[in-house]
Design a protein around this ligand. Structure first.
Ligand SMILES: NC(=O)c1ccc[n+]([C@@H]2O[C@H](COP(=O)([O-])OP(=O)(O)OC[C@H]3O[C@@H](n4cnc5c(N)ncnc54)[C@H](OP(=O)(O)O)[C@@H]3O)[C@@H](O)[C@H]2O)c1
Length: 297
């Protein structure tokens, strides 16, 4: 039996579909009764808890063979910090796994996770990885690039932006490179890893088959949506400060999504790895961005 955190999110919900197909048993940690009912309706067990609340996890990992820890946030909120969710939350889960006698732990980190990173998202992901490495548990860590598929937050935001704005605002030059991969390939990679217990202790850094700039990504999404709008580059400082030009853009109907300063900075930085990373790690060729985005749209 697997114990899954983040099962109600984008990645988790796609994973549940694959597990359902293969009749893999899982117990999902969810935060509300309503979400518990939703995962139960798919044939999985549900327990209510929050990884940032150690007590809420007590006794919930009994009989579990593998923890699949997918929880992550991309933006901090009131009382919800990267440190609290990624570091303390993972520590709570590791401690509960150890008390319950669980042996195996999968952690979904992110491409670029680094203890020295100036980005709190990436630094705290690396800190969580460190906790797992010294826990004594068998572990598997995925560091995927941007994941694309039906319901992914990135494409949803871009779709809305493209539909509602007469022009497409791009923070900065839009020349930073990304390596998006399809959610179907992420699931395939996960299922392969699940069946290969001898790979314990591995950190898998991977992305799709192309290095694409943010500008190129926008152009491909527009092509698939049948939309043609000019890209308008806005200096990052202006977007960040939320000063008059941003206000003016909003007044003109140019939608600028609510993003944090950290997210804007992340958009300016390459987030890529080897182009053949999935072949090397998992032995298959991933889908192109175009194929993935068609499914997402
Ligand atoms: N999507 C990507 O492109 C991408 C790329 C690289 C790495 N990742 C990593 O992959 C993981 C999954 O990403 P995603 O896109 O599926 O995220 P998502 O759609 O935002 O889902 C996040 C999940 O975490 C749950 N959650 C959040 N805080 C929690 C808490 N304190 N206790 C228990 N559950 C909590 C949410 O539950 P609720 O339903 O209750 O909100 C939801 O199920 C994250 O760790 C993310 O950093 C994602």
């Amino acid at each position: 039996m697997l114990f899954i955190t983040g099962a109600t999110g984008f990645v988790g919900s796609h994973l549940l579909k694959a597990l359902q197909k293969d009749a893999v048993e899982a117990r999902c940690l969810v935060r509300t009764e309503e979400k518990a009912k939703a995962v139960q309706s798919l044939g999985f067990d549900a327990v209510i808890g929050d990884i940032t609340d150690r007590e809420s996890l007590t006794g919930k990992l009994k009989g579990i063979e593998l923890v699949v820890h997918l929880v992550g946030i991309i933006q901090e909120g009131s009382g919800i910090t990267f440190n609290r969710v990624h570091v303390e939350g993972t520590e709570n889960l590791i401690n509960e796994a150890l008390s319950a006698g669980v042996k195996n732990f999968f952690y979904q980190s992110a491409l670029g996770a680094d203890l020295e990173s100036p980005f709190k998202y990436l630094k705290t992901k690396a800190e969580a990885e460190e906790l797992l490495k010294i826990s004594g548990l068998n572990f598997w860590i995925f560091r995927p690039s941007l994941i694309i598929g039906p319901g992914d937050g990135f494409t949803e935001n871009i779709k809305e932006l493209l539909r509602l704005s007469p022009v497409v605002p791009v923070p900065g030059s839009g020349n930073a490179k990304f390596q998006p991969l399809s959610i179907d390939d992420w699931v395939r990679a996960f299922m392969k890893t699940l069946k290969n217990s001898s790979s314990s202790g591995t950190i898998y850094e991977f992305g799709g088959p192309e290095h694409l700039t943010y500008n190129e990504i926008l152009q491909i999404i527009m092509k698939e949506m049948g939309i043609k709008k000019p890209l308008v580059h806005i200096p990052v400082g202006i977007v960040k400060a939320g000063i008059p030009l941003t206000y003016l853009f909003r007044k003109l109907g140019v939608k600028i999504p609510p993003v944090s300063a950290e997210q804007l900075n992340l958009l300016q930085k390459n987030n890529i790895t080897d182009i053949d990373s999935m072949e090397k790690h998992f032995g298959f060729k991933p889908e192109s961005f175009e194929t993935a985005i068609k499914k997402a749209i």
